[in-house]
Design a protein around this ligand. Structure first.
Ligand code: PRX
Length: 674
């Protein structure tokens, strides 16, 4: 089976004059990437049974995109049908206008009513090895109970609820309960600090916070309630806090205290709650959730997703990309605190009546074989993880996966960052036994669902490329002027159902960030290249957003956290290549008069950033420097800092106000690296 050609590929000029924003210093390895010619056609046995095995779907979708998306939407239950598929008044899109539906109904009641009450919905294992399973019927009852409990706390349609939980079933229950009653959830990753949590509570003006006494991570306890208490001191809009008892040894160890009147145990609230709760009839364009993500300023943005379009696209992509069948056991290793957890642990899979695996803890606890033991134990067939994890597994060695029977796996996926061909090949050989297609899926918090991806029964894959836009999605590569090129910036050229609708409380930022670069075209902030087969190679961010172990962090956020420390006068943060994490954080710090760059201060600054943002944002490298390389107009030259951090020859310094700064910094950096 040959490649499915991309209609645009042959016509696009290569613009040699394109500016060096796109990783000029790495062009060597880039060329190597594009020479990657290993090809992997879908195994015939896979293709024959796949939900999508006929490439005609691409043509059908592009001929009439609205009809194509309406076909997907029609597979869901609607209380009232839509009258118009799409209203596009750039940059504002509305999908399925007039339609009314409920997300939790579509993820639960729909399947129970169709006779699948006893089918497994959620198969959960905690880090210490405790297990819980919910059938679709049981999950529906639990969700109804908690929906009623939330109503009892005064939560209604449109109210914001923050969810700050570990990877336990109640996280899924809480999200679905919000959607059932029309409350807008804002899930905050459990690794974020109290300050990050209160910032998000305040930005969303959340009324209720749902947390747990704690969660397990790498054998240690994450003290979520303690963090929540700290955050609540600065979260005036929160009226009630619901606390899940994680149970077992953890709860005894933590011994969380509840504040009378404000705090409530989850198990107390649901004990007498009714197992019936009529789902709220939501308008397709009612806000479903907010999810905060890092951008190029110090303040994360609340990405807003609405109900009908979001559910339609996560439903469609889960169905087509993960090729789910009745006997599949599906496992996505993300955390529900990120968009991947929202779309591909909760909403997409449950809307598809999947049997969803969920694991609380770390991949190396109690040993480095944990994921593979889980795959064997639960018979996982479809497995979705991040390149950073794959690189770590590869480094830990083939012996770990070899100890477990992985023969049930039939499809593998990756997401979150570019996957290097070596990691792809390792995944293919060692985990996939050379028989499983790999879907490298490109998308973002803002896109809500997968946008560029192979279809596993159709697409011939090549290691390192996300291949082609999903049917019904239109993408191009453009230069600054908005002209189509084979190398430049990735651009999404028409609206898609699960697109973000705005930034919560800051519509101007929505317009500026995504819609001001080109006319009526979405700017995702990634660099990309198109190869001769019309495949998209996503190269990473072109803005000041870092991708550290698949986590998005803004350089400005880290800089703001650093200058918040009394010793710091100025800070510049850049990404530094990292073998496992993809990127790590390097900070160049100028101290105020009277402070010395001691090892103690260095450790204190790292801790300070951890406290302000969360452990994921702690800089790996801090270089103290008397001054930073600036242009004569005072702009910090990050390109030079990246060169220094990665130990490369430093590029052009002629525009520097003081060229000697670079030499001093290099010496300093060498001294720090030891
Ligand atoms: O740079 C791209 C990278 O992750 C960014 C989006 O991050 P976030 O909103 O946190 O969502 C991550 C999970 C969807 C993108 O702008 N990225 C994501 N997937 C890929 C990728 N880069 C290359 N290949 C991918 N498959």
């Amino acid at each position: 089976m040959g490649l499915v050609p991309h209609a645009l590929a042959p016509h696009i000029p290569r613009d040699e004059n394109e500016k060096g924003t796109l990783m000029s210093s790495e062009s060597g390895s880039l060329e190597a990437l594009l020479d990657e010619n290993r090809r992997f056609a879908p195994p015939p046995g896979f293709r024959d049974k796949a939900n999508f095995g006929d490439p005609a779907v691409y043509e059908r979708a592009s001929k009439d995109r609205e009809a194509y998306w309406a076909d997907w939407a029609a597979q869901l239950d609607w209380f009232e049908p839509w009258h118009t598929v799409l209203e596009w008044s750039p940059p504002y899109a509305k999908w399925f206008l007039g339609g009314k539906l409920n997300v939790s109904h579509n993820c639960l009641d729909r399947h129970v009513q169709a006779g699948h009450a006893d089918r497994k919905a959620l198969i959960w294992e905690g880090e210490p090895g405790d297990t819980r399973t919910f059938t679709y019927g049981e999950l529906l009852e639990e969700v109804c109970r908690f929906s009623n409990a939330l109503k009892g706390l005064g939560v209604g349609k449109g109210d914001r609820v923050t969810i700050y939980l570990p990877m336990i079933p109640e996280a899924v229950v809480a999200m679905l309960a919000c959607t059932r009653i029309g409350a807008i959830h804002s899930v905050v990753f459990g690794g974020f600090s109290p300050e990050s949590l209160s910032d998000r509570n305040n930005d969303a003006q959340a009324k209720v916070l749902i947390t747990a006494d704690g969660g397990w991570r790498r054998g240690g306890v994450v003290p979520l309630k303690e963090n929540a208490d700290e955050a609540l001191k600065a979260s005036p809009t929160i009226e009630h806090c619901v606390v899940v008892r994680r149970g077992g040894e953890l709860s005894e160890q933590v011994g969380a205290t509840l504040q009378e009147g404000r705090d409530h145990w989850y198990h107390d609230l649901i004990a007498d709650a009714s197992t019936e709760c009529a789902p709220e009839q939501m308008d397709a364009e009612d806000t479903m959730f907010i999810l905060y993500t890092s951008g190029t300023t110090g303040k994360p943005k609340g990405v807003v997703h609405t109900t009908g379009g979001y559910l339609t696209q996560v439903y469609a992509t889960t169905n087509a990309v993960f090729d789910l069948h009745d006997d599949d056991v599906y496992w996505c290793t993300a955390d529900v605190g990120w968009i991947t957890g929202h779309s591909y642990i909760v909403y997409g899979p449950l809307a598809n009546r999947a049997q969803v695996m969920m694991y609380e803890g770390a991949p190396d606890t109690p040993d480095r074989g944990r994921f593979w033991q889980l795959c064997e134990k639960y018979g996982v067939t479809v497995f979705y993880t991040a390149p950073t994890a794959i690189r770590a597994f590869a480094k830990w060695g083939d012996d770990w996966p070899a100890k477990s029977d992985l023969s049930k796996l039939r499809l593998l996926g990756t997401v979150g960052e570019p996957i290097n061909p070596e990691a792809w090949m390792w995944y293919h050989k060692v985990i996939g036994g050379e028989r499983c297609p790999i879907v490298d899926t490109w998308w973002q918090t803002e896109t809500g669902a997968i946008m560029i991806t192979p279809l596993p029964g159709i697409t011939e894959t090549k290691p390192g490329t996300a291949t082609r836009p999903f049917p019904g999605i239109e993408a191009k590569i453009m230069n600054d002027a908005g002209e189509e090129r084979s190398a430049g910036y990735l651009a999404i050229t028409s609206p898609w159902p699960s697109m973000l609708r705005t930034v919560w409380g800051d519509d101007q930022r929505f317009r500026d960030t995504y819609w001001s670069k080109w006319k009526d075209t979405y700017f995702p902030g990634d660099g990309a290249k198109l190869d001769d087969d019309g495949y998209f190679w996503i190269l990473g961010r072109v803005d000041d957003v870092l991708n550290v172990a698949g986590h998005r962090i803004g350089t400005m956020e880290v800089e703001s956290a650093l200058v918040d420390h009394p010793s710091v006068a100025e800070a510049a943060v850049v990404g530094k290549k990292h073998e496992i994490k993809g990127e790590s954080i390097a900070a160049f710090v100028t101290l105020k008069e009277g402070y010395d760059g001691t090892d103690e201060l260095l450790a204190e600054l790292r801790e300070h950033v951890g406290k302000k943002i969360g452990a994921i944002a702690k800089p790996e490298l801090i270089v103290f420097s008397a001054d930073l390389p600036k242009t004569r107009s005072g702009k910090i030259m990050r390109r030079l800092l990246r060169d220094i951090a990665e130990g490369r020859a430093v590029g052009d310094t002629t525009t520097l106000a003081d060229p000697a700064v670079v030499k001093r910094l290099q010496e300093q950096h060498e001294a720090e690296e030891g």
